[in-house]
Design a binder for this molecule. Structure first.
Ligand SMILES: Nc1ncnc2c1ncn2[C@@H]1O[C@H](COP(=O)(O)OP(=O)(O)OP(=O)(O)O)[C@@H](O)[C@H]1O
Ligand SMILES: [Mg+2]
Length: 584
């Protein structure tokens, strides 16, 4: 262990302080600042001067107060107890109802050191076994839903000399001993800025299903991929992130709430505590980690929160879980970087953001992936970042840089939100970079997905083109089949893409139902187009004299069985309704 060294404060600029007198200071090492021992991190070294960002409010700190170099990087503690606790960006547990009030310099334990966990050793790890980093020493039942594997820290190897027979342990009591005297515990520390190692990256093959029709059917994301959700003020980013937290196909959810107002976060957190996991009927919080940084908490901790979140997800990935990081909003994180960079007097890049912003955004999203873990298991981290561009202008830097590093874009449109078309995900600008990866899997399960998806997209594109023509030269120029296509586009938008997050029955749509709805709408469209082409009915009559359009718009209200019945008899039903409508 390196010895700590002491220096003193020479200058203070908000969250940034300058110190001299440290011996051999290193970038990214943490320090204690001032008599109150606030936590800080060295971000630059200029000659004799170490420049430090402080994770707590620096008001009241004075020149010449001490700075102690702790000679280690910023780490978080990983072990049982991460789930269900709400942390700030430097992993201090927050009191849910009092998110703003952690006393400065408070040395709060991230994980309880007194709580006892029932440790069950892995029968394969016997005394004399050569242990490698990442291997499983045993398990602890962390919550009803999650069995927490106790891993050898990735950077530790050795021969097992002693191991407990199991029983109740706190994270402070050793459970095993290696030949070289290293003690192993239920928890270990890991530097947040350093991705946790794995054996190898695996190709992505399965979808990260969300229960949201527009995402699952039109713009799917592969599990282990990265997506971004840009959207102007109030377009539904937070509602969407929360919907994903609740319904997506994930074992462990890490919510990183960044820079929103304190009361909003407190509201969100308490509502989240009450949410029920739709799959297991247990409280959602039993498989969720939350990191919260309100707008009035120090900016540097907001900067760290993104890394803390993804490190926690990687830790559970290493146990073989499918994990997701939902970050809301990465713009607030980038603003924290901008503020610190300004204080450091760095030459600003675009819109005042530091020139290394793209590199940092890249490093964040690159931590997504499907991997073979060090113990030979399979685990994944899927990352979804919300971006809040000012005025909904997607040309701004955070949106543009995020686009480079995420394969999939779920863009929220102000116009749709204004029209209360929810989720306000635009089918015009959104795209999926995962189609090729998941095609084999999807086609095996749902054989017509690629074809039907293509047809839906084509109808939406043709609608756009027809609307343009109508604006230019009026509706009269359209043929009946073209008018019929506009009708189908309406059915798709209202009956398929719209999905209320607050509906009891429709907030979550299983893929089987999504697929069946899509195929029903397309099959109906093709049958109706045939009738329009043969002039056996007009669009106006379809609307006025048959229930077909209304029925198709209301498919989402029905069960899979009911839709299936409807689907099987669809052509006959359409023929009959049309014949009856004409006869009226
Ligand atoms: N899928 C949805 N279903 C029903 N209502 C929705 C949906 N999405 C958004 N809304 C409505 O829009 C409002 C604003 O959504 P939300 O707070 O998620 O926006 P935001 O993009 O996070 O805003 P901000 O820019 O302030 O962070 C919600 O309070 C809700 O009324
Ligand atoms: Mg929001």
């Amino acid at each position: 262990m390196n010895k700590s060294s002491q220096g003193k404060i020479t200058r203070i600029s908000g969250p940034v302080i300058y110190a001299t007198g440290l011996i051999g200071p290193q970038k990214n090492h943490v320090v204690n600042v001032g008599y109150e021992e606030l936590l800080g991190e060295i971000v630059q070294i200029r000659g004799e001067i170490a420049i430090i960002q402080v994770y707590e409010d620096t008001s009241g700190i004075g020149i010449n107060e001490p700075v102690i170099d702790l000679k280690r990087p910023l780490t978080i503690q990983l072990g049982p107890g991460l789930i269900s606790t709400v942390f700030d960006g430097i992993q201090r547990p927050l009191d849910l109802l009092n998110t703003d009030f952690i006393p400065r310099g408070a040395k709060l334990e991230p994980l309880s050191s007194t709580k006892k966990w029932d440790f069950v050793p892995n029968p394969k790890t016997k005394v004399g076994t050569e242990l490698k980093g990442g291997e499983v020493l045993g398990t602890v039942q962390e919550t009803t839903l999650i069995s927490h594997k106790i891993l050898v820290p990735p950077n530790v190897n050795g021969t097992l000399k002693e191991v407990t027979q199991g029983g109740k342990y706190s994270i402070r009591e050793p459970i095993a001993l290696l030949d070289d005297g290293t003690e192993l515990y239920l928890s270990h520390e890991w530097p947040v800025r350093q991705p946790r190692p794995f054996s190898k990256r695996l190709p992505l093959t399965t979808p990260f299903l969300t229960g949201q029709r527009i995402l699952d059917y039109l713009f799917p994301l592969a599990g282990g991929g990265a997506a971004m959700i840009p959207g102007g003020f109030g377009t539904g980013k937070t509602v969407l992130e929360r919907t994903l937290a609740k319904f997506s196909s994930t074992d462990i959810m890490v919510l990183t709430l960044c820079g929103e107002r304190g009361n909003e976060i407190a509201d969100a957190l308490s509502s989240f505590m009450e949410l029920e996991d739709p799959r297991t009927k247990r409280p959602m919080i039993e498989r969720t980690c939350i990191i919260a940084n309100t707008s009035n908490m120090p900016v540097a901790a907001r900067e760290a929160s993104i890394y803390a979140g993804v490190t926690m997800a990687e830790y559970y990935r290493d146990m073989g879980y499918r994990c997701s990081v939902l970050a809301d909003s990465t713009s607030r994180w980038a603003e924290a970087l901008r503020e610190i960079s300004g204080r450091l007097g760095e030459i600003p890049g675009e819109e005042g953001f530091p020139s290394y912003l793209p590199k940092l955004i890249g490093q964040f999203y690159e931590r997504a992936g499907l991997t073979e873990t060090l113990s030979g298991d399979k685990g994944s981290v899927t990352i979804i970042g919300a971006v809040s561009p000012m005025g909904g202008d997607f040309s701004e830097p955070v949106t543009q840089y995020s686009l480079r590093f995420t394969s999939t874009l779920w863009g929220l449109e102000t116009e749709l939100a204004r029209a209360r078309h929810y989720p306000a995900i635009s089918w015009k600008i959104s795209y999926s970079g995962s189609i090729r990866e998941i095609t084999n899997y999807m086609e095996e399960q749902y054989s017509n997905w690629i074809e039907t998806r293509g047809k839906i997209q084509k109808i939406l594109q043709e609608e756009e083109e027809l609307e343009r023509i109508v604006r230019l030269i009026g509706k009269d120029t359209l043929s009946e089949t073209q008018n019929g296509l506009l009708l189908t586009a309406d059915i798709i938008k209202e009956g398929f893409l719209q999905q209320s997050a607050i509906s009891e029955t429709d907030a979550y749509c299983p893929f089987e139902k999504t697929d069946l709805m899509a195929r029903t709408i397309i099959r109906a469209h093709e049958a109706i187009q045939g009738h329009l082409h043969n002039k056996s009915i007009t669009v106006e009559q379809l609307y006025d004299k048959t229930p077909l359009i209304e029925e198709l718009k209301r498919l989402k209200e029905f069960s899979v069985f009911e839709i299936n019945d409807y689907y099987i008899n669809l052509e006959t039903h359409i023929d009959e309704e049309i014949a009856r409508g004409i006869a009226l």
